[in-house]
Write a protein that binds this ligand. Structure first.
Ligand SMILES: Cc1ncc(COP(=O)(O)O)c(C=O)c1O
Length: 500
């Protein structure tokens, strides 16, 4: 038997894709062998009768394989002579060097062409620390309590969006900047809850904060320019900005918030400043009014934009109100960014930006160049859900529940730490940072918690310069009452044993 014949005869035994039709397995196997160079161009293939007999399939099956691969240009029929691998392919480098024998598209080897520097410059926390779960476990930072979400009410609104809205609304693209009534609801919601001053024309609906940050970065800066970012701060925001080609300049956060003086000293001419003044993420510092005024003043004189990334102020329990910087901006250089991830759920993928009126057109242009989302039905459902007061009601309910969870977590921590380190109850947000004594390893604590189905993150995850080295960050929103109570018991045991 010729080498080619024994090779093609091995296709069925090699593929193990037995649930697929035989002719498909043969067709793909032979195509892969040609592309991989095992069956070189010009090779004569066995006759359809011979191959069919050898592997015990009907001749029709082989004829179909040869017909289809001939139609695709891989094979040539030569009258009176047989079937050959097309000579037209000989100009291509199939089967040379490393590619020889590589399976199609499934190889893990790195392609020869390089990926962009931007693609590898960001760092996110998702894959490095949190295992994929069906749903967030207790103490996962930033995760809402899925069990408390009013699923029945929400699904009624989703169904209604499909059933009652005209098809032209649900099935077509929809306006680039989002569904008008939703933009109206968002502007009212932000005005009441955050003191944002805007009209609905300034609101742009996106698929979440990363999309909003990317849109703002693309519109307001060019690759190679500098972005001031808070350190510690959101790793996701840093990742988006560096992926947009910006050079992130980390700036520390002091008791008044973002350290403006330091920022100016190290990088005096940024294109953007990405800050979270209402409730700094993850430290919880509220930017003082004086610092806010200075930041706005500097943005005017130095000509940079302020991206107000307001990701953690949906829930406030006590203390000062979390008003947005955008509400006191008189120079129109603040872009406000938020999402429904914490107040609704992450998978909703709905976020928004509020931009100064003078740049709505240019932002819309940029949006049209690369992103036409999110789905209209979700936007319609969200607009009605908000208009009927369900969002506000849900936030009120969750505030009470999260506050009680927060208090239980903080009490347990202070009890176990016994004065070695004091944990203050955060005024807002959904997580608490805990400084562990030096003799305790934060990584060991995290690993031990994780082995017992409790999630947490190290504080250094939020820092570009490895601040918060021995800090443990615990979310207090996720988990049912029972899961949460169990997690507190586990936490007590793990910390007690770590403290010795
Ligand atoms: C801490 C954090 N979590 C999650 C996200 C993802 O954004 P979204 O709020 O749209 O889910 C971001 C985005 O910047 C973030 O900073």
């Amino acid at each position: 038997m010729s080498h080619t014949a024994s090779l093609v005869n091995s296709i069925l035994t090699d593929t193990h894709r037995s649930s697929r039709p035989v002719y498909e397995q043969l067709r793909e196997g032979l195509r892969e062998m040609i592309l991989g160079g095992q069956v070189p161009t010009g090779s004569r293939l066995p006759s359809s009768r011979r191959w069919a007999e050898d592997i015990g399939v009907s001749r029709m099956t082989i004829t179909r394989v040869y017909d289809e691969l001939t139609g695709e240009g891989f094979l040539e029929r030569v009258q009176g002579s047989g079937t050959y691998v097309s000579n037209d392919l000989s100009a291509f480098a199939f089967g040379r060097g490393e590619e020889k024998g590589r399976a199609l598209a499934t190889s893990e080897a790195k392609p020869g062409a390089s990926v962009s520097a931007r693609a590898t410059s960001g760092r996110t926390i998702r894959t490095s620390h949190l295992p994929p779960q069906a749903r967030p476990l207790p103490f996962r930072p930033g995760a809402a309590s899925f069990g408390d979400f009013p699923i029945d009410t929400w699904s009624r609104y989703v169904l209604q969006a499909w059933r009652k809205s005209p098809k032209a609304l649900t099935m077509d693209y929809g306006p680039t900047i989002g569904y008008g009534p939703l933009r109206e609801q968002i502007s009212q919601h932000l005005s009441v809850t955050r003191g944002v001053r805007c009209v609905s024309e300034q609101v742009i609906v996106t698929s979440g904060s990363p999309a909003s940050l990317a849109l703002a970065a693309r519109t307001l800066s060019d690759p190679g320019q500098i972005a001031w970012v808070e350190d510690p701060g959101s790793p996701e925001a840093r990742g988006v900005l560096s992926a947009a080609g910006l050079n992130n300049q980390p700036v520390n956060v002091d008791a008044d918030g973002f350290d403006l003086e330091r920022a100016i000293a190290v990088a005096p001419s940024p294109a953007l400043a990405c800050v979270s003044p209402s409730y700094q993420f993850p430290t919880g510092v509220i930017m003082s009014m004086r610092r806010r005024m200075e930041l706005l003043e500097e943005s005017k004189s130095r000509g940079f934009w302020v991206l107000e990334h307001d990701l953690d102020s949906d829930f406030r329990y006590s203390g000062r109100s979390l008003r947005a910087l955008q509400g006191i901006d008189r120079i129109d250089q603040v872009v406000y960014i938020g999402s429904f991830t914490r107040s609704m759920y992450p998978g909703i993928r709905l976020g928004y930006l509020v931009v100064p009126r003078g740049i709505v057109d240019v932002v819309t242009n940029v949006l049209e160049q690369y992103d036409w989302v999110p789905p209209m039905a979700t936007q319609i459902a969200m607009a009605s859900f908000m208009a009927d007061g369900h969002l506000a009601r849900h936030i009120r309910r969750m505030r009470v529940s999260y506050m009680s969870k927060r208090d239980r977590l903080v009490a347990a921590l202070n009890d176990v730490l016994g004065g070695e380190s004091t944990v203050a109850a955060p005024d807002a947000g959904m997580h608490v940072p805990v400084e562990l004594p030096d003799r305790v390893s934060v990584d060991d604590v995290i690993a031990e918690l994780r082995s017992r189905a409790v999630e947490s993150l190290p504080g250094r995850n939020y820092s570009q310069s490895a601040r918060g080295d021995n800090q443990l960050v615990l979310g207090f929103a996720a988990g049912s009452a029972r899961e949460f109570a169990r997690a507190i018991t586990v936490l007590r045991q793990v910390l007690t044993s770590a403290l010795g």
